[in-house]
Design a protein around this ligand. Structure first.
Ligand SMILES: [Mn+2]
Length: 314
């Protein structure tokens, strides 16, 4: 199940499927993007940057890779947006059911549709926190419900969706948007309490979908549709650390890295963001791979839906 190459070049003993708490699924899909093409190259650039990153995290004083991070084969399904979404849904669900902490790296934002569907089927009262410049709430775009511009439409129908960093949308999206759950970038810029206000709206089980265009283009320009006025590095990390500390984050994805040869800094920022999120997830975990029962201790199981239907892996 795991790949020959390991995530960030970590030793194989920390990368086997059975011993890893974390599963990383690359989804190099860019079937529906409209402007800046190249999100299909995102996972490769992210993995390459990760290999050049220090594995000790100063802020949390930890080396989270020792929890085990298994890099799986990428999901290469590209026949149509529908089949890609279905492939992601099935793969994610099979790993969640094995009690893995499942993470994905895209690819364009439509890869999140299948992932969110899988988490929503497995966890009670799921909150989806979307960190993004764009609302992505269209029901259909360019003839598909699974276009990247529709990435959160289904989550908005089925889960407790909270949108953070939004600064670009079509007027038609206002019809379905739940504005009480939206944190627009221009309001966040002058609101000292937005982080706590976002967290107050969350249920216990939280899935994070992080579109890299949420960041200000000054720190992450290599994305398909950059928008001025975005989040900065430390406020983003402060927010994420609070969410991981206060909620049961059940999984996350990072999408829309669109690598640009002249801006390796974006690849590196994405690599660092991913690793930071893992460090925050396991910050208070005292177990290491030396503990024999580390997998059964995984607390995400506590919030599992007890009556989920059995599912055959394909
Ligand atoms: Mn976006």
């Amino acid at each position: 199940m795991e790949t020959e190459k390991t995530y960030a070049g970590i030793p194989k003993e920390y990368a086997s499927y059975d011993k890893s708490k974390v599963v990383l699924i690359p989804v190099p899909y860019d079937g529906t993007s409209t402007w800046g093409k190249g999100a299909d190259k995102g996972p490769e650039a992210f993995l390459h940057a990760s290999e050049n990153m220090e594995l000790y995290d100063i802020e949390t004083n930890s080396e989270v890779y020792k929890q085990g991070i298994c890099l799986t084969e990428p999901i290469e399904e590209k026949a149509s947006p529908e089949t890609m979404v279905s492939a992601v849904h099935h793969r994610v669900k099979s790993h969640v059911k094995r009690n893995k902490f499942v993470t994905l790296f895209g690819g364009e934002h439509s890869i999140s549709i299948g992932a969110i569907r899988a988490f929503d089927e497995c966890f009670q009262d799921l909150t989806v926190v979307q960190i993004d410049a764009h609302a992505d709430l269209r029901e259909e775009y360019s003839g598909s419900k699974y276009n990247h511009a529709c990435a959160l439409y289904e989550a908005n129908q089925n889960t407790n969706l909270i949108q953070v960093g939004i600064r670009s949308m079509d007027a038609s999206e206002k019809l379905v948007m739940n504005e009480d759950q939206v944190f627009f970038a221009h309001e966040m810029a002058t609101d000292d309490y937005w982080m706590d206000n976002v967290i107050d709206l969350m249920t216990d089980n939280v899935y994070i979908t992080f579109d890299l265009d949420a960041f200000d283009p000054s720190i992450l320009p290599a994305t398909g549709t950059p928008e001025p006025g975005g989040l900065f590095w430390y406020e983003t990390l402060e927010f994420l650390r609070k969410v991981f500390a206060e909620k049961n984050v059940v999984g996350f994805d990072i999408v829309e890295l669109c690598p640009n040869a002249s801006s390796k800094a974006s690849d590196f920022a994405a690599a660092k963001l991913y690793y930071k999120m893992l460090n925050y997830k396991f910050e208070d975990s005292e177990e290491t791979l030396d503990d024999e029962n580390h997998i059964t201790e995984n607390e995400t199981l506590k919030k599992f839906k007890s009556n989920y239907e059995e599912y055959d892996e394909r």
